[in-house]
Design a protein. Structure first.
Length: 102
């Protein structure tokens, strides 16, 4: 099952492993920006910080799953991530732009 991703920092000092993350289903698409990863699997997108789990980070900022339980009537078919937005489209022709509060 393809449900795991490893995140690395490529810098002048070499390669540093930042995080190993397991997802709830088979991963079919990953988008990255400097702070976040948006991972698509089984009609959902999980948005999470790449370098999280530090003091002062709340769970809500650490990770979110789309669609949430109140919007579970559609499947996400495509997504992308910019510096400021998570954008996704669904099987019922919905398109959402979500501003990332960094």
């Amino acid at each position: 099952m393809n449900n795991r991703a490893w995140f690395y920092l490529l810098g002048d000092a070499g390669i540093e492993r930042l995080k190993d993350r397991e997802y709830l289903g088979t991963v079919n698409h990953i988008c990255l920006n400097a702070d976040y990863a948006a991972v698509g699997f089984e009609g959902k997108v999980q948005l999470h910080m790449i370098e999280g789990e530090t003091a002062g980070t709340t769970d809500e900022r650490e990770t979110r799953l789309f669609p949430d339980s109140s919007q579970d009537d559609f499947r996400i078919t495509c997504h992308d991530l910019t510096n400021d937005f998570l954008i996704y489209g669904s099987d019922v022709k919905k398109m959402r732009h979500l501003y990332l509060k960094i």
